[in-house]
Design a protein around this ligand. Sequence first.
Ligand SMILES: *Cc1c(COP(=O)(O)O)cnc(C)c1O
Length: 217
Amino acid sequence: MLSSLLEQLKPTAATLVAVSKTHSEAAILELYEAGHRDFGENKVQELQEKYENLPKDIRWHFIGHLQTNKVKYIAPFIHLVHSIDSEKILKEINKRAKNEERTINCLLQFKIAAEDTKYGLTLTEAQQLLENTYPNLTAVNIIGVMGMATYTSDEQQVRREFQSLKNIFQELKANYFASKADFKEISMGMSGDYQLALEEGSTMVRIGSLLFGERQY
Ligand SMILES: *Cc1c(COP(=O)(O)O)cnc(C)c1O
């Protein structure tokens, strides 16, 4: 599955984040040994344990809702936080990154789905954050956006939601990051909808069950 996915991603140059939440270290090592390095987790404690036990050149992506009191545990090593959904969490990451003498790359998460269970910023909140808060933060680097589409078989709806994220990306790029080449990531697409996401301009797909099988909780 890994090689056929990578083959599909090749023409798009999108990054594959293998979402390993709930799956064993052995399952992760299998992909690692096949050369894969980007893995995604959504629980701090689980991520911390896996980080400690697995090779240190893995690039760990945090993809779940992050609580401020847990940032300190992942600040020393996290590669990319996909899920900035408040000003508060961005400030806390900045503080902990400073303590670690590193810069942490982040994506702004937007609520693009119709379901109200998903976390994320509105465009107005993001604009306020970028105008009032972000200019004062020196240890976080915003490199793009992330979103999750509605879980539905309605392809047109999913497509429209991905397009709305792409539009948000372009709007922010033009207004706040025009001279910053590294603002370039659009993290969208999961096992069920990654093909649509790629067609709509995704640069990063987050795929779990297709690679690891169904999750058992
Ligand atoms: C679990 C999860 C995924 C992967 O979901 P699959 O359907 O298993 O591919 C992607 N993104 C986020 C934010 C997730 O929580």
